[in-house]
Write a protein that binds this ligand. Structure first.
Ligand code: PLP
Length: 396
């Protein structure tokens, strides 16, 4: 399968078929699987044969089929599917981060809470470095850490890290590298090809793509994921077969969806860059974006996420968010429908105003997840919401 291209792998990444030749792996809605003999049972338990055994262990054909496709999309040997993105991160940190974890740059709030407040309660050493402190990574790793974790592009400023560069520093200290690839999706960026050891996804976002499922995934070498699988098994955080089948269905259209997200986000970003009420647009596809050059070499597309900073106050931005009609005011991303959030009232609400300022997250910032609507309608919606006085008609 390695020589096939991404759009083909999205559809043919799993070769599992049922006895009737269905192109989709059936939903094996069962907790357990029966064997003809104890010898056959032991072959699976003792790993001599890959087979279905018990769904919580992940040994269910619906999960095998999904994981084959997930692995193929990231160019990985193997993949593990989880009940959520946080379940994937938690199992990753517990399995491979017990020697210490360094998180660089902004990350999803739940990830920061797990790393900053919860894992230290278990005696796991964690360090959170701002992007501006990246030059300290070498020194921090010299003090000892087993895992470097980061998001690129990051939330909400869409800043990039050079994956190959961070991987080189981490590997020099014997640390593993895991990249949260949720914002980019494997269509736009494949961290393993750039030197990372693990790609992590909240499959709730682009991989699922329709805001109708919650799931997570890790992709990497068989040996590394084998270590994580034991934690998934006993934390009980495997994905349910019904959701696995829904996610498998979504993956078939991932490349076409993401290409359209990319094109529409570029269109909206360029329109917002011209708008007099917009002070700044954060989108790596803009020629004057700080990370544009890196995005062009590291990514295959600039993604469907962008943020805008308005001239004015946080209250002004709240008014704009409330006036949008097509963009739903909802804290997620990556679905077919466009969403808006104001980081200071949602994802970054728990940070002090001073800390938000230190991270460059203005109160007048809005984060946009560009969906698959006609981008001209999205720009028109933004323009009416940005108009002084603005319309007040109800959202759709
Ligand atoms: N990583 C990123 C970048 C996210 O945006 C999120 C959720 O918003 C997560 C991880 C957590 O994923 P989930 O909600 O599927 O647990």
């Amino acid at each position: 399968m390695a020589s096939l291209r991404l759009a083909t792998l999205a559809i043919h990444g799993s070769s599992l078929r049922d006895a009737h030749g269905s192109p989709n792996t059936p939903i094996y809605n069962t907790t357990t699987f029966a064997f003809d003999s104890t010898a056959a049972l032991l072959d699976v338990i003792e790993g001599r044969r890959k087979g279905a055994l018990y769904t919580r262990y992940g040994q269910n054909p619906t999960l095998f089929a999904l994981e084959d496709t997930l692995a193929a999309l990231e160019g990985a040997e193997a993949a593990l599917a989880f009940a959520s993105g946080m379940a994937a991160s938690a199992a990753l940190f517990l399995a491979l981060g017990r020697g210490g974890i360094v998180c660089v740059g902004d990350a999803y709030g739940g990830t920061l809470e797990l790393l900053g407040a919860q894992l230290p309660q278990l005696g796991i050493t964690t360090r959170l470095l701002l992007r501006s402190e990246l030059d300290r990574l070498d020194a921090v790793l010299a003090e000892g850490a087993g895992l470097v974790f980061f998001e690129t592009p990051s939330n909400p400023r869409l800043e990039l890290f050079d994956i190959a560069e961070v991987a080189a520093v981490a590997h020099a200290h014997g640390a593993l590298v895991a990249v949260d690839n949720t914002f980019a999706s494997p269509v736009n960026q494949r961290p393993l090809e750039l030197g990372a050891d693990i790609a992590m996804h909240s499959a709730t976002k682009y991989l699922g793509g329709h805001s109708d499922l919650t799931a997570g995934a890790l992709m990497g070498s068989r040996a590394l994921l084998h270590q994580v699988a034991g934690w998934r098994k006993n934390l009980g955080s495997v994905l349910a077969p019904e959701t696995a089948a829904l996610l498998s269905r979504s993956l078939r259209t991932l490349p076409v969806r993401v290409q359209r997200h990319n094109a529409s986000a570029q269109f909206v970003a360029e329109a917002m860059a011209r708008h007099p009420r917009v002070a700044r647009v954060f989108y790596p596809g803009l020629a004057d974006a700080a990370d544009h050059a890196l995005a062009t070499t590291q990514m295959h597309g600039y993604g469907g996420m962008l943020s805008i900073e308005l001239h004015g106050s946080g209250a002004d931005a709240t008014r704009v968010a409330d006036r949008l009609r097509l963009f739903a005011l909802a804290p997620s991303l990556g679905g077919v429908e466009s969403l808006v959030t104001q980081p200071c009232t949602t994802s970054h609400r728990d940070l002090s105003a001073a800390e938000r300022a230190r991270r460059g997250i203005a109160d007048a910032m809005l984060r946009l997840s560009i969906g698959l609507e006609d981008p001209a309608d999205l720009v028109a919606d933004l323009e009416q919401a940005l108009r002084p006085g603005g319309a007040s008609a109800a959202r759709r």
